[in-house]
Design a protein. Sequence first.
Length: 245
Amino acid sequence: MLKTLIRKPVGVFVLSWLLAAIVALTMATIRWRTYNPEERQEILDDHDGFILVFWHSRIIAMPWLWPRRHAMNALQSPHPDGRLLAHTVNHLGVRTVWGSSNRNAMSGLRGLKRVLDAGKVAAITPDGPRGPARIAATGPVALANLTGKPIIPVAWSVDRFWRAPGWDCMIIPKPFCRGIMIWGEALTPDGRTFGNKKNSDESTRDRMESQRKKLEVALNGVTDRADGFFTNKKKADGGKIITNA
């Protein structure tokens, strides 16, 4: 029934508005904090475009946490589930660029390149749209090398949540819980990867794989750190309330 519904435009329209309303109402009840607000503000105040990355399981809260004055342009898969998700986050202020970071990693990156060339923010879930979970595809590092823009890994976590069925076990925050968001350190592209005629295909692949692994480690690290705030591994001291301004 649901699969049939999301394949029809009217079904996507109704479900996306319903899901967006549920997300907005739930997020408004959560007490959100950011651990490193100074780093966050420094990045947002002085950038010429960057690639924002977070795992697919953390999609739900990102449109709410993201400041709308810095428009987020997100890569979304054109399959039915991806279209429903895209329309849902569109209602929450996220703009869509169609493509995939997993299958044929270069597809869809042209649109994101235009976004970055204009000095805006491009968002990618490196393990989407089909997984495996928390294993990064090469799309973000390819885009970083093509544009010369940095990659910023971010993660959020909450103390009470449900896990949705599916390959990524998506986190669904429970109403009136506590949440934290963390910004990781920027990952800068290696200018030697593309645009150098002396590079062999093998050396280019090796450099890409090395950067892909660094991205995966960095994003898993910031995600584990966010989760650690609610498992007694870290203390959420010094945080400040995030607003949607």
